[in-house]
Design a protein around this ligand. Structure first.
Ligand code: 13P
Ligand code: SF4
Length: 301
């Protein structure tokens, strides 16, 4: 049996689409209909007329697709549970307590969080939509949950008051300025492109800070011979395809929850409608508004 051909056949038969994040295993990115950052994938999931969405990412991303399109079958073909390390750093109870502390603030929650936390929030955001969501939401004080690094990056660019939460991505936050200095010493001068989940001292050394999609675009916009990429190294696959003639250096940043999906599990998912993701109806109903608000505020002029 030719696995890829079978996946293509099943996709047609089931009226399915495959979405994959840039951090996914290369062979998964190759099978996907759409590869992108969290915001792009959430837009595609919402707009698509497919009956079945095979979501190749981490759990919160697949959950967000289900919340936005509860009538669709969402398959999350991870062979073991794949939560992002930020998903459990905030919980609904803590958010509700914080809201009491800051009664005038609105809660903007990074999409890398549980559905319960999204349900307790006014709006969700991704790294590529965070600034627009914060600037367009009708409040001057924002309780920003859970990534303190993304919160401080937004604070650097807005006049609104950002009240950060204490979470972070361990993979991005672990990187220190000395790691960048070491890479520069070893490889010579490079333009530095970093994800906003990095700590402020690392971001301060970067020539560009933005989402995974933003980093891919920045390579086109910032001319250089060599680039230091400060985000998860799964992005190397798309970078290599788009920019075969440029040189890139990656740090040892590896997100294991992103690597639990394989062509074999995608095939099983489509063949048996296995790995279906379900959520309680009340969570879907409560979290839907905050995800829809993200699209509304991100596109508001
Ligand atoms: P992007 O939205 O930039 O793709 O980021 C997702 C993520 O999990 C970064 O660690
Ligand atoms: Fe979550 Fe970090 Fe992995 Fe992104 S890189 S999915 S924030 S653990």
């Amino acid at each position: 049996m030719n696995l890829i051909e079978e996946i293509k056949r099943l996709k047609k038969e089931r009226n399915a689409i495959i979405l994959a994040h840039y951090y996914q295993n290369p062979e998964v990115q190759e099978i996907a209909d759409y590869v992108g950052d969290s915001y792009f994938l959430s837009e595609i999931g919402k707009k698509s007329e497919a009956q079945v969405i095979v979501y190749c990412g981490v759990q919160f991303m697949a959950e967000s697709a289900k919340i936005l399109s509860p009538e669709k079958i969402v398959l999350f073909p991870a062979y073991t549970c794949a939560p992002c390390c930020m998903e459990n750093q905030a919980n609904e109870k803590l958010i509700l307590e914080k809201i009491k502390e800051y009664p005038n603030a609105k809660v903007v929650t990074y999409i890398n969080s549980s559905s319960g936390v999204k349900a307790a929030s006014h709006a969700v955001c991704t790294s590529s939509s965070a600034l627009q969501v914060v600037n367009n939401i009708d409040a001057d004080e924002i309780l920003f949950v859970p990534d303190k690094n993304l919160a401080s990056w937004v604070q650097e660019q807005t006049t609104k008051k950002i009240i950060p939460y204490e979470g972070c991505c361990n993979i991005h936050d672990r990187v220190k300025p000395s790691d960048l200095e070491e890479a520069l010493e070893k490889n010579g001068p490079m333009k530095i492109l970093a994800h906003p989940e990095c700590r402020p001292s690392v971001r301060a050394m970067a020539d560009y800070v933005g989402s995974t999609a933003g980093i891919l675009k920045a390579i086109e916009d910032i001319d250089a011979d060599k680039y230091l990429i400060v985000t998860e190294k799964g992005i190397a696959h798309e970078i290599g395809k788009r920019y075969p003639d440029k040189k890139f250096v990656y740090l040892n940043m590896f997100c294991s929850p992103m690597k639990k999906i394989f062509p074999e599990t995608i095939y099983e998912a489509l063949n048996e409608l296995k790995y279906e993701l379900t959520l309680p109806e009340d969570i879907i109903n409560r979290a839907k508004m905050s995800l829809e608000n993200m699209h509304y505020y991100a596109n508001k002029k």
